[in-house]
Write a protein that binds this ligand. Structure first.
Ligand code: HEC
Ligand code: HEC
Ligand code: HEC
Ligand code: HEC
Ligand code: HEC
Ligand code: HEC
Ligand code: HEC
Ligand code: HEC
Length: 271
């Protein structure tokens, strides 16, 4: 044992041990020497403190996070603050806010393997988006990040939309996600139709139609316009039987698609 350690021990034994820490010395130290710490110590940071050591933090030395010149300072463990920015330099100079762990974890700062949080918070990287590089959307060096990108399909896919409109009788409707998914533009994916517009795959209209434009979207260039199968297109909705279904009991009834939808937004009889 070195001379300075002996002096320290003398100093320590002359003052109550509780001055350094309330945790029993033997949970970290061996009876033989103060350093190195007991390799099989019973103190367990992840279990015994509010700051679990994860990722690269498991490799760091105590004094890197609990620094100090004197024994009193190194044992003032509660002084350490858990916010990443207290120990790591903010290379973004506060442009990304102080919640570093929204984007980073303790394994490494590199963002190229970051996909999990993306799904939780923003545009899920599924379909064709899964195989893209970050820079395909965010630019080289992440020039475009928070507040500079939209999750709205049309903002990134306006060119395809314009081209589709020129080449085909594509509907003039920019809510792409109601008709497309991120796997491919065709075939179209209408699985949000029931929740977004009107139930056609569930409920009483399931199986009652043939194509998008035959009974309902009679003007293929404008999907805002729809027919409730009136005008003989749908036998069950013919005028005489509808008039008699609603006569007397229903005021304000008119034989008109927009009015049918006003009273039956979910396509059910009595709603
Ligand atoms: C939670 C773990 C922990 C407990 C409990 C603990 N220590 Fe320590 N102790 C440390 C760490 C960490 C260091 C710094 C090790 C290093 O320098 O690498 C240290 C270092 C020391 C040193 C050497 C200081 C120096 O500057 O070289 C002394 C002396 C010491 N501890 C005394 C005590 C005493 C006495 C107790 C009981 C009151 C105690 N320690 C309890 C973790 C602990
Ligand atoms: C990567 C940084 C880091 C490392 C490495 C680290 N700690 Fe901590 N430790 C912290 C932070 C941050 C806290 C504060 C947690 C809180 O209170 O929110 C803490 C809390 C503690 C506490 C509880 C303090 C209290 O009273 O609340 C003890 C004891 C402690 N650390 C001991 C150690 C020892 C011993 C080691 C080495 C074996 C160590 N720490 C390694 C960051 C670290
Ligand atoms: C109390 C101080 C402290 C806090 C708080 C802290 N770290 Fe660390 N971190 C360290 C130390 C010390 C190292 C080891 C550095 C070394 O070995 O050079 C480290 C290493 C890392 C590394 C490995 C790469 C590197 O820079 O060496 C990453 C990544 C990291 N920390 C992320 C985080 C994140 C994310 C947070 C917030 C959730 C955080 N840290 C909070 C002290 C801290
Ligand atoms: C909104 C997300 C976001 C937040 C919040 C954020 N960062 Fe970053 N960080 C990034 C991105 C994206 C990069 C990659 C930049 C690049 O490659 O040009 C990065 C890169 C880094 C790097 C360098 C990585 C390397 O490979 O050199 C460090 C260090 C870093 N961030 C630290 C922090 C710290 C510290 C905080 C909190 C104060 C923080 N970041 C908050 C998104 C974020
Ligand atoms: C298909 C396009 C696309 C790809 C590919 C993409 N992102 Fe994003 N990312 C977005 C959009 C859109 C946002 C939302 C921006 C906003 O809300 O301001 C976003 C947001 C983020 C944010 C901010 C998250 C937050 O909570 O504020 C980070 C960080 C990020 N992306 C990192 C990445 C990384 C790293 C990659 C590569 C692994 C990647 N992104 C790939 C489109 C993409
Ligand atoms: C932040 C920009 C961004 C957003 C938002 C975005 N995408 Fe993409 N998407 C891309 C990029 C970049 C590509 C790859 C290059 C390309 O094909 O244009 C891509 C590719 C695609 C592809 C494959 C294209 C092909 O030719 O095979 C489809 C399909 C697609 N996206 C659908 C969507 C849908 C649907 C949405 C809305 C839910 C959406 N995207 C939102 C950037 C975006
Ligand atoms: C109301 C439904 C609907 C909406 C909303 C919609 N599309 Fe389409 N889209 C279609 C239909 C229907 C087709 C033709 C499918 C087929 O040919 O089988 C199509 C085809 C396409 C094609 C392929 C065209 C070709 O070359 O054959 C692209 C690209 C496309 N849409 C892009 C978009 C984009 C981008 C948006 C949003 C800005 C969008 N669509 C919104 C229904 C829609
Ligand atoms: C002013 C509101 C209103 C309008 C407009 C309206 N309905 Fe109705 N509809 C009702 C009500 C209320 C009932 C329930 C009457 C009953 O149960 O006796 C009903 C009943 C029905 C039923 C019978 C359901 C069953 O279970 O037998 C059908 C089918 C129907 N409506 C279709 C239509 C169609 C198609 C249109 C447009 C031509 C239309 N409705 C317009 C309010 C309306």
């Amino acid at each position: 044992m070195s001379a300075s350690a002996i002096i320290l021990m003398l100093l320590l034994t002359s003052s109550p041990q509780g001055d350094l820490t309330d945790i029993p010395c033997s949970r970290c130290h061996t009876p033989n020497a103060w350093t190195p710490l007991d390799p099989v110590r019973s103190f367990n940071h992840t279990r015994d403190t509010l700051f679990p050591l994860t990722g690269r933090h498991t490799e760091a030395d105590c004094i890197q996070c609990h620094p100090g010149e004197t024994a009193e300072e190194t044992h003032a463990f509660a002084k350490a603050r858990p916010e990443c920015g207290n120990c790591h330099m903010d290379i973004h100079m506060n442009q990304m806010g102080s919640e570093c762990d929204r984007c980073h974890n303790t394994n490494d700062w590199d963002m190229s393997r970051w996909t999990r949080n993306h799904s939780q918070t923003v545009l899920p990287l599924d379909g064709m988006h899964a195989s893209l590089e970050c820079r395909d959307c965010h630019g080289i060096n992440f020039d475009r990040l928070v507040g500079q990108l939209s999750t709205d399909c049309v903002v990134c896919h306006e060119q395809q939309f314009n081209a589709a409109q020129l080449a085909t009788d594509h509907p003039d409707n920019q809510m792409c996600r109601f008709c497309h998914n991120s796997r491919a533009w065709v075939p179209i994916d209408m699985s949000l139709h029931d929740s977004g517009f009107f139930p056609i795959y569930t409920g009483s209209h399931r199986g009652t139609w043939s194509t998008c434009t035959a009974e309902c979207h009679i003007d293929p260039t404008n999907y805002q316009i729809f027919s409730c199968g009136l005008n003989g297109l749908c036998h069950e909705h013919d005028k005489s039987s509808m008039d008699s279904k609603h006569s007397g009991e229903v005021s304000n009834y008119v034989y008109n698609s927009a009015r049918c939808y006003d009273c039956h937004p979910d396509g059910r009889g009595g709603d």
